[in-house]
Design a protein around this ligand. Structure first.
Ligand code: GDP
Ligand code: MG
Length: 595
């Protein structure tokens, strides 16, 4: 155990976690050069394309240090995006230390701070690492000062490296061995293994990543899942090198996988404790905070015969993503579908893309919304995740919207822009501190404003320099109203939004304008109205197609006509028939483009 080091790498997105991970694997010989594909850990196709890490992954490596001893290094890569911070704290629970990777050109950013505090709260040894020192703009001295100033940890003599060129990687490894404490735990005690992650593998069933706190775990052991009492026999145990490698045993302090014929991930929940049936531990280890979805949207198959396939796809996806929530929902406009809950907009996009790519689904997604707390007349409190579920105005005593605490780090020259943006989004400033050229500002902001396009706006108003981290704080009474959209006089439930009364007139108008642009012209005029409580606040019209336009479309040579038809067909896939009006997918997300 003296020779084990368990650590995570934490960083703001793009500061080089994945690159450094790959480099460590390479230096420790985890994979031959031929096997060493670019970005081994970001193996999911989507992760690679988007350049982000979604699921945490672990790797066990052997490193022979300068002291001549060989150490077992277990490290867990963590995702960097704000939607996935819960995965970070999960990974940290398995470690004694964390490398805080900071881009030496960029400096400290919001998630550097957020992730580092999580690590400190969990009593981890945090080692600052200055990465990208090969870049001409790298300024390790300034960035060290920033780390001390903003994060508040000692960064004098922080290890400097370039994960890209390989400079300083040996120093990083020595730093790990010297400064991260070995795990504590008792081999003689009954087994307690913490489930850090579980995922479903079509060939092996559920695979769980575990950290052995006490005792040991062997192939053939009868294990018990402490929360549900279920007993299973261990088929395989081992480590990732990063290839899945059987070892037959996991000892105290180690991190590795267990496969025990468990059929679905809810049978081995993340944060749960595994013990042995013949000698169970007295109690479970402290688990993790449950994550709740923060953004909800309806998802509907374009064609209703796809409904069963869609249900299967969701159930398979949720096998690998316990944070994905779904339940059946129906809409007068869109028919049968599911209400889905996500951790944030990026999570929603990823799920949508996976459903389309991996499961070949054609879906309509409705405008995302946050959860509102409604106090009904008589004092009953309900939570709604769908604007069309809002009770009639006469039955409502109070609407409360979710408020987040948003921590923003921004260079001084862009502070004014950021403040303007926060005020526009109804933010209330609660803290502000200057750290050299950087300013840390904290705002309480409506979550409904933050989850939509706030991040993009923040980035564009600060030329990409501002960074953001946020957490749900509480529900707070607010003057919210529902804006309904009527198409040719029919209310379309899937297009309704909830927004603040002050913004409702302009949102309604913008929405009606946006829909006018998005809904294609047809053989007749289409009237689009935005209403609040039955009052029309905006009206636009999609004018009918003129005859000669159609004639033109269908004239011309055959190949052009074919192309046109093909295009139409592709377009169709994304259309939903509402009454006699065809509405494209984009229209349902028009709200994302206004405000
Ligand atoms: P992550 O989001 O923290 O996992 O960051 P990645 O490892 O995906 O790196 C983000 C980008 O920075 C990629 O384009 C890398 O090639 C680049 N990068 C990572 N480390 C270095 C480095 O040491 N030097 C330079 N110049 N670029 C680097
Ligand atoms: Mg990464």
């Amino acid at each position: 155990m003296k020779h084990i080091r368990n650590f995570s790498i934490i960083a703001h997105i793009d500061h080089g976690k994945s690159t450094l991970s790959d480099r460590l694997i390479q230096v420790c010989g985890g994979l031959s050069d031929r096997e060493m594909q670019q970005q081994v850990l970001d193996s999911m196709e989507l992760e690679r394309e988007r350049g982000i890490t979604i699921k945490a992954q672990s790797v066990t490596l052997n490193y022979t240090a300068n002291d001549g001893e060989t150490y077992q290094l277990n490290f867990i890569d963590t995702p960097g995006h704000v939607d996935f911070t819960y995965e970070v704290s999960r990974s940290l629970a398995a470690c004694e230390g964390a490398l805080l990777v900071v881009d030496a050109g960029q400096g400290v950013e919001a998630q550097t701070v957020a992730n580092c505090y999580t690590a400190i709260e969990m009593d981890l040894e945090v080692l600052p690492i200055l990465n990208k020192i090969d870049l001409p703009q790298a300024d390790p001295d300034r960035v060290s000062e920033e780390i001390e100033d903003i994060v508040g940890i000692d960064a004098t003599g922080a290890t400097q490296c370039s994960a890209k060129t390989g400079i300083g990687i040996d120093a990083v490894l020595e730093d790990i061995v010297k400064n991260i404490p070995p795990p504590e735990g008792e081999p003689e005690k009954p087994l307690q293994a913490l489930i850090i992650d579980s995922w479903f593998d079509p060939y092996q069933g559920v695979v769980s990543l575990v950290r052995i706190k006490h005792g040991e775990l062997k192939k053939g052991d009868k294990i018990q899942i402490m929360s549900n009492g279920q007993v299973h026999i261990v088929d395989k145990v081992g480590i990732f090198t990063p290839k899945q490698t059987d070892t037959g045993i996991l000892k105290t302090g180690e991190v590795g996988f267990v496969i025990a014929g468990i059929k679905e991930i809810h049978g081995a929940p993340v944060g749960d404790t595994i013990t042995l049936q013949r000698e169970p531990a007295e109690g479970p280890l402290p688990g993790f905070k449950k994550v709740k979805p923060q953004v909800y949207a309806g998802m509907y198959p374009i064609s209703s015969d796809e409904y069963e396939n869609f249900r299967d796809a969701l159930s398979k996806l949720s096998l690998n993503d316990a944070s994905l929530f779904y339940e059946p929902e129906n809409s007068t406009a869109l028919g049968f579908g599911f209400r889905c809950g996500f951790l944030g907009m990026l999570h929603m996009e990823i799920i949508q893309e996976r459903l389309e790519r991996e499961y070949d689904m054609d879906l309509i997604t409705t405008a995302p919304t946050v959860v509102y707390e409604i106090v009904e007349k008589g004092g009953n409190v309900i939570h709604i995740d769908n604007p069309s579920a809002l009770p009639p105005v006469g039955n409502i005593d109070e609407i409360r919207e979710p408020i987040v605490e948003a921590n923003i780090l921004v260079p001084q020259e862009y502070l004014g822009n950021v403040i303007t943006l926060c005020i526009e989004k109804r933010g209330v400033q609660t803290k502000m501190a200057y750290h050299g050229n950087q300013v840390a500002v904290t705002y309480e902001l409506p979550m409904g404003e933050v989850v939509m396009d706030f991040f993009d706006k923040l980035k564009s108003t600060s030329r990409g320099f501002a960074s953001l981290d946020y957490n749900f704080k509480h529900f707070q009474p607010a003057d919210m109203v529902r804006v309904d959209i009527l198409i040719n006089g029919d209310r379309v439930d899937a297009l309704a939004i909830i927004c603040h009364r002050d913004a409702s007139q302009s949102r309604g108008r913008q929405l009606a304008e946006a829909l006018k642009e998005l809904i294609p012209r047809q053989m007749f005029d289409i009237a689009i109205q935005a209403t609040i409580g039955g009052h029309v606040i905006a009206r636009t019209t999609v004018k009918q197609l003129r005859k000669n336009v159609i004639a033109k479309c269908y004239g011309g040579d055959v190949s052009r006509k074919k192309k046109l038809l093909q295009k139409q067909k592709e377009g169709k896939k994304r259309m939903k028939q509402l009454g006699n009006v065809e509405v494209p997918q984009d229209a349902f997300l028009a709200i994302l483009k206004v405000g």
